[in-house]
Design a protein around this ligand. Structure first.
Ligand code: ADP
Ligand code: MG
Length: 418
């Protein structure tokens, strides 16, 4: 006999099985326990709050930082029901009539999921209204936004707990993130006031990704061209730090007969979306991009991710390389490293508040350690995320340069015989 949860999964989403820890997570929040979910991108976090919201009485409030992502989710949920009011977004773009409709649907118990940006949730009139209706639970998606140690700190996330308290005393909270660092997790639990939460953490191992770091020399462009040509016809992303470098490198690749386009926030919206579409449709092979490219882009068969410049944290490196091999197939992650680039990143931070600089420095030191390590890169990354990994027995244990081609043991100066 399949459980009620299974039939609901089938009914609403058409899936036969839960993915990873989804079922346990849903049981936890359904019991009204505070719940904390840490799963890599693509792990299926949305369903962890969508399904219980659809099954329960009342409205679940979902806090999410990006309006575009909220709209996508609302459209998807509306697609599985005849009832348009089943999901709503509450934000400042709504007019009076629309707001009235949203409130009516919530009051009448029609709305199961209400997506709000943290800014809208702080609005007094919204808090006053939400106090008067039945709330099933509160979901805080992208919960790492609460932490300065995360890669996307949003100060408004800091007020969530007090707002939730004002909306209702006993509203259970489910926090979700793809950020696995123990510091960020601590911050989330503390700031949401849920040290009692049931925590569900999936493994962050991506066994099909091959990690490689090469020293960055003045021949880096030629080296990249060679690599891309060896991987002709495959899709790849090349990340650069600056827009200028993106433009230059894209041009060099084009001159060398590689189908490449640039992508960065300095291009107008039309160009950005056309370049993104060309990549998704495989009219071109390579996108040369700043970190502006990637959020929410779901191309399963990206075969390589190259970092022309080393990222500013292990977290960013993991997120960006994670866009390779989503389909489980080959994914080569190649990064170029020179200490000079670390100094450049340090310089970028120099105008920032001291506390921020200290955090930035600490994150950078980990990047240096990662780039210079001779141990298994996978072990390093997973350890950074608080996960132990044995590369003798663990999946993908030999999938990096250090394991495949151990560096010659460098003679230390002490060994030199005089
Ligand atoms: P995350 O927020 O963790 O990055 P999403 O919630 O966006 O992940 O889900 C990623 C993908 O996994 C989506 O395409 C979703 O439809 C799919 N998915 C989620 N749960 C299941 C499941 N139980 N079976 C099959 N696919 C699933
Ligand atoms: Mg998500």
């Amino acid at each position: 006999m399949k459980s009620d949860l299974h039939s609901a999964l089938k009914k609403y989403f058409g899936f036969d099985e839960f993915k990873g820890l989804q079922e346990q997570v849903i049981q936890s929040i359904t019991k009204q326990d505070n719940t904390f979910v840490i799963m890599p991108t693509g792990g299926g976090k949305s369903l962890c709050y969508q399904l219980p919201a659809l099954m329960q009485e009342g409205t679940a409030i979902v806090v999410s930082p990006l309006i575009a992502l909220m709209k996508n989710q609302v459209d998807a949920i509306r697609g599985i029901s005849n009832e348009n009011g089943i999901a709503h977004v509450l934000n400042s773009s709504l007019n009076k009539t629309e707001i009235k409709q949203v409130k009516e649907d919530i009051t009448n118990g029609v709305t199961k999921l209400l997506y709000v940006a943290p800014e809208s949730l702080t609005k007094e009139e919204n808090v006053e209204f939400l106090r008067t209706v039945k709330i099933s639970f509160m979901a805080v998606d992208e919960a790492h936004c609460i932490s300065e140690w995360g890669h996307d700190f949003r100060p408004e996330y800091r007020n969530l707990k007090s707002i939730i308290r004002r909306i209702g005393d006993n509203i259970p909270i489910i926090g979700l993130t793809a950020t696995a660092t123990p510091k960020v997790q601590e911050d989330i639990l503390k700031n949401l006031g849920m040290n009692d939460a049931n925590t569900f953490k999936a493994s962050f191992n991506r066994p099909n990704l091959y990690y490689e770091i090469r020293p960055k020399t003045k021949n880096v462009d030629a080296d990249i061209i060679r690599f891309v040509k060896q991987n002709e016809g495959k899709s790849g992303i090349i990340y650069c730090l600056s827009r200028k470098r993106v433009e230059e490198l894209a041009q060099v690749l084009q001159v060398n007969g590689i189908k490449a386009v640039p992508y960065h926030a300095g291009l107008d919206a039309k160009k950005r979306s056309s370049h993104q579409d060309m990549f998704l449709m495989e009219d071109i092979d390579v996108v040369v991009a700043t970190i502006a490219f990637g959020m929410g882009i779901d191309k399963p068969d990206v075969r390589f991710v190259i970092h022309h410049d080393i990222p500013k944290s292990i977290e960013s490196y993991y997120q960006e390389t994670g866009r390779a091999g989503r389909d489980g197939g080959e994914g080569h992650c190649l990064a170029y490293y020179a200490y000079k680039d670390i100094e450049k990143l340090e310089k970028f931070m120099s105008g920032k508040p001291v506390a921020e600089q200290e955090i930035g420095q600490a994150l950078l030191q980990e990047v240096v350690a990662f780039a210079e390590t001779s141990i298994s890169r996978r072990k390093f990354i997973l350890h950074y995320f608080g996960e132990s990994f044995d590369n003798e027995t663990g999946e993908g244990g030999d999938m990096d340069d250090n394991m495949r081609h151990p560096k010659e043991k460098q003679e230390s100066k002490d060994d030199v015989k005089l």
